[in-house]
Each structure stands twice: as structure tokens, then as C-alpha cells.
Design a protein around this ligand. Structure first.
Ligand code: NIG
Ligand code: FE
Length: 412
């Protein structure tokens, strides 16, 4: 299948083939060609250039020719942190928080993650699959072509496996590339509140071997946080995962200086995520590593936390990714354009920095950077075709408007 898009207002996010992620000052650049054409062949980017250099006679040789005058093209979003498989929304906790009950208090009373786990245990695999598939399809319409999805609302062996099997079915049913993360270390079930080691042993000795045996996970995660999994407890989980070849992608430093960032770096995590609490030690630890920091501004927005110090991190030379954290408790949204809006208005990132964080750096946070995330010859044509908009900065600016006309996954 050969497709050509021509009269593209601007083609943005062009990168050389050897660039795996963008760090520091380089995040502010989004290379582009104004008045461009783009040739897609067999799902991949074949070539691109300026309209003035295109021989219009070749156009008739394409299976599909699209005149997209006034429209822009950029790489599609890579959402590298979600909890997309869940049984039910939690708007009653939302109302409790409005009335003044903090997130951590709700969790202590058996709400929060444990509430989601209870609902998930009562829901069939089929129903969970249908619910998650609908979210996935809606996320695609909003520009997300590759996504990571976590377990972690099961918290028993059978229900964690149920979640991961749902993710496996989503992988088989969707054209999006999906990465699965095993997150049994998301919260201690009530019966293990006084017996942390008992639950950790269950994860390590019973759940992990079965997850690995069925090949259900690409990564391992733990919610490294005071009141959840301490850095030492997280380390046990990460070491066990390593034995099965599972790299880490962990929740760290959302609510406290938990030591999670340093622990993730020590274990060569692909990413450490949330990062509301970042001091000099955390910054230096990331600077000396290949671990990418992933910021989740919609979670901070929704539960009223101070925002992540993106400026400090980028100005220090770090690469950062942005993701939606879609989940029923702290971020009931998978709208990556809104993530970009918050990154701009609250984290003081420029639109270019936000887009790079959601595209090439999001791909890096799922180890997909050699296949997608930029306009690069040979990569998958995972693209957003915008409506007729004045510029790409209009996307985060017009924060409730859907500026996306069409999304291409692997060229279609
Ligand atoms: O990423 N921080 C931990 N886990 C989720 C929220 C879980 C929940 O409240 O359901 C998060 O924010
Ligand atoms: Fe999360």
C-alpha cells in the first residue's frame, strides 16, 4: 500500500534515525518542513520533502493520494503509563475529595486502589476486555497509537492474571502497539496490611512465575511510596522481576521523597514515573542514568498535588516523557492533548517540549524509539493529521477542542 499526503501545512517532529530521545535544550526543538509531502509505504515512512521539489506526475502511482492543504502532521502520541483496564469509575471518591478528604485518607479507609480491586474481582474477563477496548479505541481517536497498560487492580494471583490476560487480548485485537506491565505491588490488600512480607512473597513466589510462564508482561512496576511500598520492599520486587527478564517501570515520588527514583535508577529502570518530589539527589541520580523520568500532570491536576518540576529537570539537561496515567482514581482521562495543555500551563513547558515528551520520549519510555515517535525514514507511520489549525501550539492552547482530523497507525 502506497499513500502520499501532499500540501501539508507543516510536517513536524522530524528526527535523524539515530536519535533515541531528546534531552535538555534539545527538547525545545521540533524540526519541521512547511508546505511538505509525505510518502508512506507498507506502513512505514518512505520519504518526505518540500512541495516545490515534488514531481506531481508521480502522484497517480499511489494507491491513496491525500491533499491535506491547511492541515499539519506530527508523530502520534505514545502514552507510556496507563491503568486502562479497570472495572468501574470512582466519582464518589472524587466528591469525597471535594469535601476535603485527602487521597491518602481515602486509601487508608479501603477506598482508592482497594476499591478498584474489589470491583475488578467482581467483573468478568470478558466485560473488562470490552470496557478497556472501548477506552483504547477512544484513545486512538485522540491521537494515541502506542500505549503501556498496567495490572495492579487485581492484587490476588487470579485477578492479576485476569488483568494481564485482558491486556494480552487487547494486544491481539488492536493495531496499537501495547506494552504490558505487572503491577501487583500497587497496594497491600487489607489482609496483608500488617504482613507486608507475606504479600511480597506471594508476588514473588506465586504470581511472578505464572506471569512469566504465560509471557504476560513486558515490565514490572511497584508503587514506591510512603504508605505503599517502601524503597526496600520495591527493591525485592524489582530483583525478582529481573530474574525473569522483566525490566522496571516504577511509580516513584508522587506523594513523598520515597527513594523510589534512586531505587529505579539503581535497577536500570526504563522509566521512573510521577515525580512530584524531585530534589537535587533525585535529579543527579537521573542525570547519570539511561532511565527516563515520566511526568503525569493530569494526576497532579486531578488530586490537587503540586505539579512536577519539569522546568528544573529539563534545564538540568534531563529528558522527560509525559503520559496520561489514565486510571479511575487520580486521572480518569487518556487525552494526551490535555496532558500537553497542562504541561504548558502548569509545568511551564513549551508546546514543542510537550510534544517531544509525548512522542519520541514517550516511545523511549516503552523501548519503542527505534520504531516510532518521530518523522524518520523507516519508522512506522504513526501520525496525527490535524484539522486546519493555525499552528501546532494551537493544540495545547485550545484545551477543550479536539484538533485531530485523522490518526494513522502503521500508515492506515
Ligand atoms: O498512578 N499512584 C498509584 N497508582 C495510580 C492511582 C491508583 C488509583 O488511585 O487507582 C496512579 O496515580
Ligand atoms: Fe500510575
Amino acid at each position: 500500500m502506497k499513500t502520499i499526503l501532499f500540501n501539508i501545512k507543516n510536517l513536524s517532529g522530524i528526527l535523524d534515525v539515530n536519535i533515541e530521545k531528546l534531552s535538555g535544550a534539545a527538547m525545545a526543538q521540533m524540526h519541521r518542513i512547511n508546505d511538505a509531502w509525505l510518502w508512506i509505504e507498507d506502513g512505514r515512512i518512505h520519504s518526505f520533502g518540500k512541495m516545490q521539489d515534488l514531481d506531481m506526475q508521480i502522484i497517480e502511482h499511489f494507491d491513496l493520494q491525500m491533499n491535506v492543504e491547511g492541515q499539519c502532521i506530527m508523530p502520534a502520541y505514545n502514552d507510556s503509563h496507563t491503568h486502562l483496564v479497570y472495572a468501574a469509575s470512582r466519582e464518589s471518591e472524587f466528591v469525597d475529595r471535594i469535601k476535603g478528604l485527602p487521597y491518602e485518607e481515602i486509601a487508608k479507609k479501603g477506598g482508592g486502589i482497594l476499591n478498584s480491586a474489589k470491583r475488578l474481582q467482581e467483573t468478568s474477563e470478558e466485560e473488562l476486555f470490552e470496557l478497556a477496548l472501548e477506552r483504547l479505541q477512544n484513545a486512538e481517536l485522540l491521537g494515541t497509537t502506542n500505549i503501556e497498560i498496567k495490572s495492579g487492580y487485581g492484587l490476588t494471583t487470579e485477578t492479576e492474571l485476569k488483568m494481564l490476560r485482558v491486556i494480552r487480548r487487547l494486544k491481539a485485537s488492536s493495531r496499537q502497539t501495547i506494552k504490558a506491565t505487572f503491577l501487583a505491588a500497587h497496594a497491600y490488600p487489607m489482609e496483608y496490611k500488617q504482613n507486608h512480607q507475606g504479600y511480597i512473597d506471594l508476588i514473588i513466589n506465586e504470581m511472578l512465575p505464572r506471569v512469566a510462564d504465560e509471557g504476560l508482561a513486558d515490565y514490572i512496576d511497584a508503587f514506591c511510596e510512603d504508605g505503599f511500598f517502601s524503597a526496600a520492599e520495591t527493591e525485592q520486587i524489582l530483583e525478582a522481576g529481573e530474574k525473569y527478564g522483566l525490566k522496571a517501570k516504577i511509580h516513584a515520588n508522587q506523594l513523598h521523597y520515597s527513594g523510589g527514583i534512586q531505587m529505579g535508577v539503581k535497577h536500570k529502570a526504563v522509566s521512573v514515573d510521577h515525580l512530584e518530589c524531585v530534589g537535587d539527589d533525585e535529579l543527579n541520580s537521573l542525570l547519570n542514568s539511561n532511565t527516563i523520568g515520566t511526568l503525569l500532570p493530569t494526576a497532579a491536576f486531578f488530586i490537587n498535588l503540586p505539579y512536577q518540576p519539569a522546568r528544573k529537570m529539563i534545564d538540568a539537561g534531563l529528558a522527560i516523557a509525559l503520559a496520561s496515567d489514565c486510571n479511575p482514581g487520580t486521572s480518569p482521562s487518556y487525552n494526551m492533548s490535555f496532558v500537553c495543555s497542562l504541561a504548558c500551563t502548569q509545568l511551564k513547558m513549551t508546546p514543542e517540549e510537550a510534544f517531544n515528551a509525548c512522542t519520541i520520549n514517550g516511545a523511549y519510555a516503552m523501548e519503542l524509539q527505534n520504531e516510532t515517535g518521530s518523522i524518520t525514514v523507516g519508522k512506522y507511520a504513526d501520525l496525527i493529521l490535524t484539522k486546519k489549525i493555525p499552528s501546532l501550539a494551537y493544540i495545547p492552547y485550545s484545551f477543550t477542542e479536539n484538533c485531530i482530523d485523522q490518526v494513522f497507525i502503521k500508515g492506515m
